[in-house]
Design a protein around this ligand. Structure first.
Ligand code: SAH
Ligand code: SF4
Ligand code: F3S
Length: 480
């Protein structure tokens, strides 16, 4: 079948960075499409990071605005979207598996539209594979053109055709996208898109385009709106939030300045992710030390403790400078909880390099870490590096690292035993429907017996016992 649009990604183009001005696009729905989804249902599955979760909320917003209704039941769905992640091979394999599984639904319902969006379509190899092998896919779109999904659905409606459109240019900023937010009290707020770091292992700068910051006023307006809607917590999103504002050509306005302005709003809790250690400024530490609604929890990916490996990764800091940074943060924010991301088995990582990582984990006192085995991503420099370490050895290193990380996770919980903490209640615990769960300012998971009326509220809890992954507490009184 000949596609109506066939616009494939180009890695070379995606790698390009210019000083070209970023344009801001105001989203709107064409009048012709206002009722396109009336009576129809859609399902969406999300893989990957918070950025993708936030994108899914926008896709839902757009679809519901044109009449689609959400369903979990794929057999009743007219449109199934996979919002995908390209960060590691196993993330991608899951999606290819899903596509295989969904094929039979197309047989049962020939009108079903199957769409693949997100980071995977930004890769040349993935689009080629979909075109060659996964004929059941009707629509392929990327991270830069979510706002054009209505246009694509119009082309596909009632016709037997395909749309493959992936843009590899640096990307725009799209404002006024509607959203159906998953939580009624916690919200994602994008502050910037893209990444210019080009860590040698990472596909994100290719899948998300150039670093581009949202206008501060747009961000503050969104936060005001969330406050009015009763939201209790926001998480500011960007691949490297510390370089927020560096791309502004008309003003000097940094992440520290943004946080200062957000500190003055009445949103009760503010978090942000992810910080790159190289851009963590003294100004930023200074703002954070004033606390208020800025939570004493920082996720600061280190990736490795070996200076040799950090250099090969293009991380632009050393083990020593990282530890000095951690010291400054801990001094400025007493009791702060710090977590990290670590990659083991990077090409050329020796036992000695790995021991440096273990040593760093101890000295930094991380209270949690996402740990990964290096996964070569096609088109990134590290995918070409010579790698002599057998996969079994990498798995053993991962296990050894996890033993240490888990011990520190537990000690991080233990320091709250006997204390009174403020918990923003998310809902009932996954494992027990009598028990509520939520997070403390330090991002510790707390379980406490209580009723549904407390969901979305911040309550005082007395911590009785620390377990490895969570804290058990007792309700003191309702703060609100
Ligand atoms: N922008 C964030 C991280 C985004 S990706 C940052 O710089 O910290 C989340 C994590 O996935 C990374 O921190 C890294 O630990 C891991 N990761 C990225 N690429 C990877 C790869 N090719 N193989 C294994 N892990 C990877
Ligand atoms: Fe990837 Fe590095 Fe950018 Fe993070 S900072 S998204 S790890 S390139
Ligand atoms: Fe994955 Fe894309 Fe996020 S690759 S981690 S979904 S930016």
């Amino acid at each position: 079948m000949k596609p109506s649009i066939l616009n494939k990604p180009e890695l070379k183009e995606a790698r390009r960075r210019t000083k070209e001005l970023v344009s801001t696009i105001e989203f709107s729905i064409p009048a012709s499409a206002m009722h396109l989804g009336d009576g129809k249902r859609y399902t969406i599955h999300t893989y990957g990071c918070q950025g993708n979760e936030a994108d899914t909320e926008r896709i839902k917003g757009i679809l519901e605005e044109i009449g689609y209704a959400y369903t979990e039941d794929e057999t009743k769905s007219d449109l199934i979207i996979l919002n995908t992640c390209a960060i590691r091979a196993n993330a991608e394999n899951k999606v290819f598996g899903e596509l295989g599984r969904l094929k039979h639904l197309k047989v049962a319902n020939p009108n079903l539209l199957l769409a693949v969006g997100g980071c995977m379509p930004q890769e040349e190899v993935v689009v080629e594979k979909i075109l060659k092998t996964y004929h059941q896919v009707d629509l392929v779109f990327g991270t830069h053109n979510i706002h054009k999904i209505v246009e694509y659905l119009e082309i596909l409606s009632g016709k037997k055709t395909k749309v493959v459109e992936v843009e590899s240019q640096q990307g725009d900023v799209v404002e006024q996208l509607p959203a159906i937010r998953t939580s009624k009290h916690k919200a994602w707020v994008n502050i910037m898109f893209g990444c210019d770091e080009f860590c040698t292992y990472c596909i994100v700068p290719y899948t998300r385009g150039k670093e581009r910051s949202r206008d501060p006023q747009h961000i503050l307006d969104e936060i005001d709106q969330l406050v009015q809607e009763g939201y209790q917590e926001i998480t500011l999103l960007g691949q490297n939030v510390n370089s927020y504002g560096l791309d502004f050509q008309d003003k000097k306005y940094s992440f520290a300045m943004l946080l200062t302005d957000i500190q003055a709003t009445s949103i009760p809790r503010v978090r942000f992710t992810t910080s790159h250690p190289k851009d963590f400024s003294m100004d930023l530490i200074d703002v954070l030390s004033k606390g208020k609604n800025l939570m004493p929890y920082i996720h600061l990916p280190v990736q490795s403790g070996s200076n040799k490996i950090l250099k090969m990764m293009n991380r632009k800091y050393t083990k020593e400078s990282y530890l000095t940074l951690i010291q400054s943060i801990k001094q400025a924010i007493p009791g702060v909880s710090i977590t990290t991301d670590i990659i083991v088995g990077f090409p050329g990582e020796t036992e000695e390099d790995f021991l440096e990582t273990l040593d760093l984990v101890k000295h930094a006192g991380f209270e949690g870490a996402y740990t990964f085995i290096f996964s070569p991503r096609s088109g990134t420099p590290a995918a070409m590096y010579e790698d002599f370490t057998p996969v079994e050895e990498k798995k053993t290193r991962l296990q050894r690292l996890n033993v240490l990380v888990n011990e520190q996770f537990k000690s991080g919980n233990e320091r709250f035993e006997g204390q009174e903490v403020q918990v923003l209640i998310d809902g009932f615990s996954k494992t027990n429907q009598q028990v509520l769960s939520g997070y403390t300012p330090h991002n510790k998971l707390v379980n406490v017996v209580g009723d549904a009326s407390l969901i979305g509220k911040t309550i005082s809890v007395h911590i009785k016992k620390a377990k490895t992954w969570s804290l058990d507490g007792e309700l003191l009184h309702d703060k609100t």
